[in-house]
Design a protein around this ligand. Structure first.
Ligand code: NAD
Length: 290
């Protein structure tokens, strides 16, 4: 039996269409501002995709670029300028930032109402308290939509999250807990991670290790959500993207699985658009999503 392949690209397209429609009905188009530091190729690719999508849904985009030797004060001053800009509803600081810039201080400086990546402590705290009026980090939000497309009620299910970062693992665990799952978070220091995974009805991997999760880690019929994005070399001298899950062999055991690419990635970007729309609606006094 082969697992159901959860199509993140299709789900993202329909979410994007919904966002575009609602954005068109606002008095002023939502504005998304991005701060991009340095010349890391992956960060540039991610920012390009985000801005392209934002333009497609009718948002106004602004980008502030800085070289790798930027000071923290310069980033904080740019954040303050975007906080004050009336036409900007969402601010995204592309991570990672260089070592001389304290990421948590930058996140703390973003207006929580414009924090469309959901990384300000106020939004993180709201998410951990059940998510009311929170801007939720985009990747876990997208993962939850993917999970709920195949399992609408998670009550009492065992969920294991591999990875405990502030941007994926921790908020993912909070969202699963809010859906009444029993949640275990594993990380680099966890003992016998395969054993924990074998008890999971829902397994979310956000580690960054190519094909770490093998078929014998996975409970039959489990839902497997692969957040990992890893570039690996191919025999012909090129490269390809793989997730944290050995897709082919795990597909023979799991009940449902997301591919890489085409799973979590497109949903992350679609959820960034959704968060920006929600921030714009709130700032324009649209209290209930129309
Ligand atoms: P991170 O480096 O901040 O965190 C990695 C986590 O994995 C840490 O908690 C670490 O303790 C844990 N870990 C490392 N080795 C482990 C192991 N052997 N077993 C269990 N846990 C282990 O990374 P991140 O920012 O959370 O991203 C994780 C992965 O997800 C990366 O591949 C990243 O590229 C990808 N990612 C994808 C999207 C997307 O849209 N698809 C978004 C964000 C991140």
């Amino acid at each position: 039996m082969t697992a159901l392949r959860i199509d993140g690209t299709a789900m993202a397209q329909s979410l994007i269409a919904e966002v575009r429609d609602k954005a068109n009905r606002l008095g002023r188009p939502p504005g998304l501002a991005v701060i991009l530091v340095g010349d890391d190729p992956a960060s540039h690719v991610y920012v390009r995709s985000k801005l392209k999508r934002a333009a497609e849904v009718g948002f106004e985009n602004r980008i502030a670029r800085f070289s790798t030797d930027v000071t923290e004060a310069e980033i904080l001053s740019q954040v303050a300028a975007f906080n004050a800009a009336a036409d900007i509803d969402g601010i995204l600081v592309q991570l990672p930032l260089p070592d001389q810039v304290n990421t948590l201080r930058v996140m703390a400086a973003i207006d929580p109402d414009k924090d469309v990546d959901g990384l300000h402590a106020l939004n993180a705290g709201k998410v951990s308290q059940g998510g009311v009026n929170a801007l939720t980090p985009c990747t876990p939000l997208g993962c939850m939509m993917l999970i709920k497309s195949v399992a609408p009620d998670l009550t009492g299910m065992n969920a294991v999250v591999l990875g405990s970062s502030n941007i994926v693992g921790k908020p993912m665990a909070a969202l699963l807990l809010a859906e009444r799952a029993t949640v275990t978070v594993a990380h680099i220091h966890t003992r016998d991670t395969p054993f924990l995974c074998r008890g999971a009805d829902i397994l979310v991997t956000a580690v960054g290790k190519p094909e770490l999760v093998r078929a014998d880690w996975v409970k039959p019929r489990a839902i497997v959500i692969d957040v990992g994005i890893n570039r690996v070399a191919t025999a012909d001298g090129g490269s390809r993207l793989v997730g944290d899950v050995a897709f082919d062999e795990v597909s023979k055991v799991a009940g449902a699985i997301t591919p890489v690419p085409g799973g979590v990635g497109p949903m992350t970007i679609a959820c960034l658009m959704l968060n920006t729309l929600m921030a714009a609606q709130a700032r324009q006094g649209v209290t209930t999503p129309s």
